[in-house]
Design a protein around this ligand. Sequence first.
Ligand code: ADE
Length: 231
Amino acid sequence: MFLLLCAMKEEVSDIIRKVEVSEKYTILNMDYYRGNFGGAEVLVGQTGVGKVMSAMITQKLSDLFKPEAIIFSGIAGAINPLLDIGDIVVSADCLQHDFDASSLGFKIGEIPYTGLRIIESDRALFEKAMTFKAEGIKVVKGRILTGDQFISKASEEKKKILKVDLEGDAVEMEGASVAFTAYMNNIPFLLIRVISDRADGNAPHDFKKFLKRSSLLLSGMVFHILQKQRN
Ligand code: ADE
């Protein structure tokens, strides 16, 4: 079974609409749907926003359903100036930009005393995602940065960390926490993000405007990956 997760219901709604549902579960007050999508058996639903909620839900669902892979998708703010709203970033890797024990000598994003910092996506799933095509939309390989912050008017110092030090392409609030959970459970993982805003002063407005549109693109991408998986 493939576990298909998004943070928010607006992001996941089009996948849920298209799944041939065989079973519904309510777990920790959230609804999950099991069924067929793109020729694969899937469980689909939301994690809620932020690192804690997303990691907790991913662990719970992994324990209950033992998925063969996890695909997390949703929207993100662009850090890379070459990205436009609507473009898709397929995560080559991801890390937590707000994990900072640097005063103890650790790198930004490094989880102290574990050596864990950057988590790579599953190569086979990544390659399949990169073959997705949609008119007028760039599909690019990138690094996703995750933190418990909606980035709108970041300070120059924060921008430098995101862009230059961490070499991020997009910023969001769940990817690396889900990636870490998958990694710790030995489950192949892929992270996909559609750009909703430029993580600037217009970000709150652009984010809300794009949110509803994101679902169709995300479901198209995930459907494509699952179909490729079958062949
Ligand atoms: N998700 C979408 N846009 C975002 C932003 N600017 N910051 C954090 N998460 C986001």
